[in-house]
Design a protein around this ligand. Structure first.
Ligand code: ZN
Ligand code: ZN
Length: 156
C-alpha cells in the first residue's frame, strides 16, 4: 500500500498568525497587507504578480486592485519580509523570506515550466570585488529543468 502523504506539504498560516508577524516587524496592519503576506507565506515557491493576484482573489473572494497589490508586494520587499527574484524571462517573482534564509540565496528557474524555486544559500559564494567596491545585492539564477519536468519529457 502506498501511503497518502502529500508530495509537497504546503503549510498554511492563519490571519492572526500573519497579523502577529507584521506587528512583530513593527508594521501597521491592514487587511490587504495581511492577505498579501499570507499568500506569499502559504506559497510553496515564488509567485509572479498575476499568480499572487489570482491566489489572493480566490482566498479573500473579492477582486484586488493590481496597483495596490503591487505596492503591497514592494512594501513587503522594502521591509525585508519578502524578496523579489528576476529570472531571465524578465518576470518579477515574490517570495516570503523564510527565517532560515538570508538575503542572498540562489534561485532555480525551470526553462520548461517557467517556475522559480528558492535554493539553499550554502551554495553561494560572493565573488572577490575590486578594492573599495561594495555589494548591495547579489542575484544568482540557475536556469535548468526541474525534477517534475525532467520526469515528464513531453514538451509544453
Ligand atoms: Zn519545470
Ligand atoms: Zn528565494
Amino acid at each position: 500500500m502506498k501511503n497518502h502523504a502529500h508530495d509537497t506539504p504546503s503549510p498554511t498560516h492563519s490571519d492572526a498568525e500573519v497579523t502577529q508577524l507584521l506587528r512583530d516587524a513593527g508594521q501597521r496592519v491592514t487587511k490587504l497587507r495581511v492577505a498579501v503576506y499570507r499568500t506569499l507565506l502559504d506559497a510553496e515557491q515564488p509567485l509572479s504578480h498575476p499568480e499572487v493576484q489570482h491566489r489572493l482573489e480566490s482566498n479573500i473572494a473579492s477582486p484586488v486592485d493590481r496597483v495596490s497589490l503591487y505596492r503591497n508586494l514592494e512594501w513587503l520587499v522594502d521591509i525585508g519580509l519578502a524578496h523579489r527574484i528576476t529570472a531571465d524571462d524578465r518576470v518579477w517573482r515574490f517570495s516570503a523570506r523564510r527565517l532560515e534564509q538570508s538575503n542572498q540565496h540562489p534561485h532555480f528557474h525551470c526553462v520548461s515550466c517557467g517556475q522559480v524555486f528558492c535554493l539553499p544559500e550554502s551554495t553561494v559564494s560572493t565573488p572577490t570585488l575590486p578594492k573599495d567596491y561594495s555589494v548591495i545585492e547579489m542575484e544568482l539564477v540557475v536556469n535548468g529543468v526541474c525534477a517534475h519536468c525532467g520526469k515528464n519529457k513531453t514538451p509544453h
